[in-house]
Design a protein around this ligand. Structure first.
Ligand SMILES: Cc1cc2nc3c(=O)[nH]c(=O)nc-3n(C[C@H](O)[C@H](O)[C@H](O)COP(=O)(O)OP(=O)(O)OC[C@H]3O[C@@H](n4cnc5c(N)ncnc54)[C@H](O)[C@@H]3O)c2cc1C
Length: 409
């Protein structure tokens, strides 16, 4: 979608064409700013196109639930505005109760989440089969949250970028930003292999690539990333009505379950889980009918590749949970990196290093936060006060530390 021109001067430059950068480009262009988005590869190349598509409020609490709820409203509005021109299924989401032994925990989880104000209930096996007909016969029920949804994140990125272009933005794919240019404590633009581009506002939205080179030296954000491996089948008949997690995801949403009376790490099937990683057992069926299933979340250096061991374990989990799908064709496997911060909230703020430098980084649940980020970035770019939500996502908040023990909650 390169909508380039020979122009070199803009009101605002966005660095990074993932869901956050594309949403930011649209929001700033809608403010009447002359915006250019620079993506070094192609739109959605990073975490956003490797994503499994969960819009999962089920596991959100406090500020992150507030963000996710606001984001769902904004997604609804954008979907209507686009005439339904991206993949968006508003059918809720499930966490499976895989055995009688997990029943008390899942019911306590549902009760606790209801007290947090979530629209969630426990459903028995019969109701579950209407949503997920192929689950293993041992699965006794599930928690069901009607606020959950599913998107094709790559389709949303393209819809956002397309909308930005229609509002006058320039989208440049294949342009790597090498440095953010500053002078006298202010941002002046960026440099690329194709030369310099000027703008008084630069938004850094590069997902897992969180190190910034600036004229006055490198900047490091308190962000890390974890590898997540996934597999996809060939297209199958459409049967799975909504996104779902196996019960083991609750071990990754630790803060939400660790104080529940029935919680014990021994409740989960860890046969395919290695020490030091989270196993997610996330499954969705895409609009083309293919199932996506994943997968281990681990550090793995800065690897973007799946490995044989990880893919093997995903496939064994998949067949155990969905034995009826074991004859499905295997299509592909891939990996991506999930950015995250110590408190699992993104950073959306002005960077103190230079006036005009805005940061949108550390998004571990970008499907449920990118549009909120864009709204906040528009306020920052226009010099308006931060909303109450964005004020909690500042770069100087005390919960941003170097303790990166990963949990999804
Ligand atoms: C396998 C996987 C599954 C996931 N599943 C979910 C899910 O179900 N639900 C959910 O909410 N979240 C999920 N996530 C997390 C979600 O994908 C991220 O929160 C979101 O995509 C982050 O978006 P982003 O725009 O910040 O980063 P990215 O999508 O990574 O975009 C950053 C972009 O910046 C570009 N870039 C980097 N450096 C430069 C540079 N110097 N110059 C120009 N461009 C540059 C990159 O090429 C990239 O395209 C998942 C992530 C992964 C990896």
């Amino acid at each position: 979608m390169t909508s380039g021109s020979d122009r070199r001067t803009f009101d605002a430059i966005i660095v990074g064409g993932g869901i956050v950068g594309a949403a930011a480009a649209r929001a700033l262009a809608n403010e009447g700013l002359d915006v250019a988005l620079f993506e070094r590869n192609r739109l959605g190349f990073g975490a956003s196109s490797r994503n499994i598509g969960f819009v999962f409020l089920h596991g959100r609490k406090g500020v992150s639930l507030d963000i996710a709820r606001r984001n769902r409203l904004l997604l609804d509005t954008f979907y209507d505005e686009m005439g339904g021109d991206f993949e968006y299924r508003r059918n809720g989401g499930l966490v499976l109760c895989e055995s009688q032994g997990q029943l008390s925990l899942i019911k306590e989880f549902v009760d606790a989440r209801r007290r947090d104000g979530l629209n969630i209930e426990f459903i028995d096996r019969q109701s579950l089969l209407e949503l997920a007909p192929d689950v293993h016969e041992n699965v006794v029920g599930a928690s069901f949250c009607s606020e959950d949804a599913q998107i094709g994140t790559a389709t949303v990125v393209r819809a956002l970028a397309g909308s930005a272009v229609r509002s006058g933005a320039t989208v440049l794919e294949g342009y790597e930003v090498l440095e953010i240019l500053t002078a006298g404590g202010r941002v002046t633009g960026i440099s690329t292999a194709a030369g310099r581009f000027e703008a008084p506002i630069v938004v850094w939205a590069t997902g897992p690539w969180h190190r910034m080179a600036t004229s006055s030296g490198p900047l490091e954000l308190p962000v890390k990333s974890m590898r997540n491996q996934l597999i996809a089948t060939t297209p199958q008949l459409p049967r799975l009505k909504c996104v779902l997690y196996g019960a083991i995801c609750l071990a990754a949403y630790t803060p939400l379950v660790k104080d529940l009376p029935s919680f014990s790490p021994d409740l989960f099937d860890r046969r395919e889980t290695k020490a030091g990683e989270c196993m997610m057992d996330a499954i969705s069926q895409r609009s083309d009918g293919s199932y996506v299933f994943g997968g281990p979340v681990d550090d793995a250096g800065f690897s973007w590749e799946p490995d044989v061991d990880g893919v093997g374990r995903i496939l064994r989990r998949f067949v155990r949970l969905f034995p009826g799908l074991s004859a499905s064709g295997f299509k592909e496997s891939w990996a991506g990196r999930i950015p995250y911060t110590s408190d699992n909230l993104p950073i959306i703020d002005r960077h103190p290093a230079a006036t005009g430098l805005l940061v949108a980084s550390g998004f571990s649940f970008g499907n449920s936060s990118a549009l909120v980020a864009a709204e906040g970035l528009a306020d920052l770019a226009m010099g308006r006060p931060k909303s109450a939500l964005i004020a909690q996502l500042g770069i100087d908040r005390s919960t941003l530390t170097n303790d990166f023990s990963y949990s999804l909650g």
